[in-house]
Ligand binder design. Structure first.
Ligand code: 13P
Length: 263
């Protein structure tokens, strides 16, 4: 049975003094032992958020990690630096692919660094609007998965054992135009198909796949009604405790239905 995961990506929002109290409020408003909750604040707020979330059951994630362990990389943050601050890390977000020119090859190396440091990666994939309109959405995501994961699958270390994938269609991020649940589920099936083809032993059946892109308390049910979708990576709405309460509340319904189904 796959877990139900709600991850908050705060992006470049909150200063440290407000991040801790906001995280504590969200933790209190979303308390549900059946839902895996993660909050990913900016790097500079990781320590405050870690302290605010101690004992709440909510995990802390970073939004990025450098592909080298250490070195002359001014302004960058390595995986070993995150240990003790975060236990999860977002890798390959489309905003970093766009703003920082992150390639699949670079993302593959970041995933290796995360695995080696014991950080749980959320690998983000997703197509642009023009690619979807050209009927290429599944091919684009297939290429992103192969580019990010194939080398690790060939290596002795393998990919992170607790990898999570977030399908975030670029045209749905921050636009208020979410994908249809059925389209997200079709993509999740395609993702598992690719995972099987590139060598994941169980054909990706155990891999948690999240949807991201304009998720709100009002539309989360459309995604969690799809058995192929295991939760959400939430951007804008994740800064609002009311929204997070609604999103995690709905996630708890799906988590308990899954628990009941396995007895
Ligand atoms: P929004 O929920 O603001 O569309 O952002 C989604 C996202 O990019 C999460 O990583």
């Amino acid at each position: 049975m796959r877990p139900v995961i709600i991850a908050a990506n705060w992006k470049m929002h909150t200063v440290p003094s407000e991040a801790g109290p906001l995280a504590a409020t969200i933790a209190a408003r979303t308390a549900d032992p059946d839902v895996s909750r993660v909050i990913c604040p900016p790097f500079v707020a990781l320590a405050d958020v870690r302290d605010a979330l101690a004992g709440t059951g909510v995990a802390v994630g970073a939004q990025n990690v450098h592909h080298e362990l250490a070195g002359a990389h001014t302004g960058e943050v390595s995986a070993p630096m995150l240990v003790g601050l975060a236990t999860w890390v977002i890798v390959g977000h489309s905003e970093r692919r766009r703003d920082n020119g992150e390639t699949d090859e670079l993302i593959a190396r970041k995933l290796d660094r995360a695995r080696d440091a014991g950080l749980r990666p959320i690998l983000c994939v997703g197509e642009q609007l023009a690619e979807r309109e050209a009927g290429r959405a599944e091919a684009v995501v297939d290429g992103q998965l192969r580019g990010a994961l194939a080398a690790a699958l060939r290596s002795d270390a393998g990919p992170a054992p607790d990898l999570v994938i977030a399908y975030e269609p670029v045209w749905a991020i921050g636009t208020g135009r979410n994908a249809f649940g059925s389209d997200a589920a079709a993509m999740a099936d395609a993702i598992r198909d690719t995972l099987g083809r590139i060598g994941f032993v169980d054909g990706g059946a155990g891999m948690p796949i999240l949807y991201g892109g304009s998720v709100t308390a009002a539309n989360i049910g459309e995604f969690l009604a799809e058995p192929a979708i295991d939760g959400a990576l939430v951007g804008g709405a994740s800064l609002k405790p009311d929204e997070m309460a609604g999103i995690v509340g709905r996630a708890g319904v799906t988590a308990r239905a899954r628990l009941a189904a396995v007895g």
